[in-house]
Design a protein around this ligand. Structure first.
Ligand SMILES: Cc1cc2nc3c(=O)[nH]c(=O)nc-3n(C[C@H](O)[C@H](O)[C@H](O)COP(=O)(O)OP(=O)(O)OC[C@H]3O[C@@H](n4cnc5c(N)ncnc54)[C@H](O)[C@@H]3O)c2cc1C
Length: 431
């Protein structure tokens, strides 16, 4: 290719993909393999988006970590030779070293009953739970489960949406169907970006505005060399809803799409990963038959171990619990998590602190490129992902986890990326 052709391709490629998370990488790979001229614009200086691993032994996952064992991402990672550890679905609650079983059965029954109430119309989950016949413990547990697992505030999340997602997923009551990656999930973006030619992804390039014209989309951006513009007949946007709403000029979307986008929200998650001294970890495992997931009434309502036997614990606060931790410094968050762990296992905070080899924290609600961890729908928004998946005028294609059949997951991001790439290819080669 002549250098001038190269430059022309960079400024007006066949297809522009915005975002190099899982969705954008999968879309770019599909398109590239089909022979399209692709340019990917990514605000961060790395691929992966919400897949982010802090290297170390063991590595700490700041973002996603559980994959469907039989999904495309797990298959890709297996083929790359990385070790996948099964995730046993065992839950417990621990206080001062005493372990007690947790039964999600009553909470899941209450959630199903809440779902049945939507036959009369959608309503906020808190209101639907209130109207069920479940006792207050079961209702409180159902609410906590949705706040943590779906990172969705029960006061506003759509009951119909929760019901649909629950029907399509393993949730808390599911079987042994998930895996974690021993060496860290960032093997996925590395593997996905490998076949893309060097220079195809423009890192450090923030898309500020998206304007749709006659058969063409114009993107205003801020790159490492300053502001610029890129035009393309086809643009795939994989941005999280909060970012999408900010960069898309109102007129770029038809009314139905605009209404659907307005009904999607990103839930917050505060995640703290703790790397423990191996001897301490082995002692802990010997003294207590630790379940995979531990539930707490403290600031971090959900904890988990692994992957496999790795000396690592994750402290997780989703939904409203994450908002309560907002603004705390990293040191304060780690101290809080250590104190909570100490109470759970019945040791002193000082002893536990001395056994921490490393820690990593991430407040996804404050991440400027995401503004939350993953998507949920407000009342009336259960169909929003389906509406947004419809191409706009054959020029604008929305992807990303929010626009998928499996919202809030890596597999959803993957599926939406493949769908958008196929929609673009169908436009290039009409049947
Ligand atoms: C804490 C946490 C835990 C999770 N746990 C799991 C889990 O265990 N299992 C699971 O399946 N899923 C999990 N998820 C969800 C999963 O990470 C996401 O569904 C998936 O990674 C989303 O991929 P995406 O490509 O749609 O979006 P993203 O990964 O967000 O990619 C979008 C990309 O767009 C870029 N971008 C943003 N704004 C701009 C702009 N203006 N210009 C240019 N580029 C921009 C971003 O930097 C990003 O790289 C978790 C998410 C979080 C945050």
């Amino acid at each position: 290719m002549h250098p001038d052709d190269d430059e022309a391709m960079m400024n007006s490629p066949d297809v522009v993909v915005v975002g190099a998370g899982v969705s954008g990488l999968v879309a770019a790979r599909e398109l590239h393999e089909a022979g399209a001229g692709v340019r990917v614009l990514e605000a961060r200086n790395r691929p992966g988006g919400r897949v982010r691993t802090r290297a170390g032994d063991p590595p700490l996952e700041l973002g996603a970590e559980f994959l469907q064992a039989d999904g495309p991402a797990a298959a890709e990672i297996r083929a790359a030779g990385a070790t996948l550890c099964p995730v046993p679905v065992t839950h417990g609650r621990m206080h001062h070293g005493e372990l007690e079983a947790v039964d999600f059965g009553p909470a899941l029954r209450v959630l199903r009953e809440a779902g049945d109430l939507t036959a009369e119309g959608d309503l906020p989950l808190a209101a639907a739970l209130h109207a069920t016949s479940g006792d207050s413990d079961a209702r409180a547990m159902a609410a906590r489960y949705v706040e943590q697992y779906h990172a969705a505030p029960v006061g506003s999340v759509s009951t119909l949406w929760v019901t649909r997602i629950e029907e399509g997923s393993e949730g808390a009551g599911g079987g042994d169907a998930q895996v974690q990656v021993a060496s860290g999930l960032d093997v996925l973006p590395t593997t996905l970006s490998r076949p893309l030619p060097e220079g195809m992804i423009s890192y450090g390039t923030v898309v500020r505005q998206v304007v749709r014209g006659e058969g063409v989309v114009r993107l205003s951006l801020e790159g490492p060399d300053g502001p610029g513009t890129v035009t393309s007949p086809r643009v795939i946007l994989t941005l999280p809803p909060a970012i999408l709403a900010r960069v898309l000029l109102q007129s770029a979307l038809p009314r139905g799409h605009r209404r659907a986008l307005a009904l999607l929200r990103m839930g917050g998650v505060m995640k703290v990963g703790l790397r423990l001294r191996r001897d301490f970890w082995l002692d802990l495992r010997k003294d207590h038959d630790l379940p995979k997931f531990l539930h707490s009434m403290g600031a971090f309502p959900t904890w988990w171990t692994g992957p496999g036997d790795a000396p690592r614990l994750v402290a997780w606060a989703g939904g409203s619990a994450s908002a309560r931790l907002r603004g705390l410094l990293r040191k304060e968050l780690v101290e809080l998590a250590v104190a909570e762990l100490a109470t759970m296992i019945g040791r002193s905070a000082r002893e536990v602190a001395s056994q921490i080899e490393g820690a990593a924290c991430r407040d996804w609600g404050r991440d400027a490129m995401t503004r939350g961890a993953y998507t949920h729908a407000l009342v009336g928004g259960a169909e929003a992902p389906t509406v947004l998946a419809e191409p706009v005028d054959g020029t604008l294609f929305l992807a990303g986890e929010a626009v998928s059949e499996s919202v809030g997951t890596v597999e959803g991001a993957w599926q939406a990326g493949v769908r958008a790439a196929n929609q673009v290819l169908a436009m290039r080669h009409p049947a």
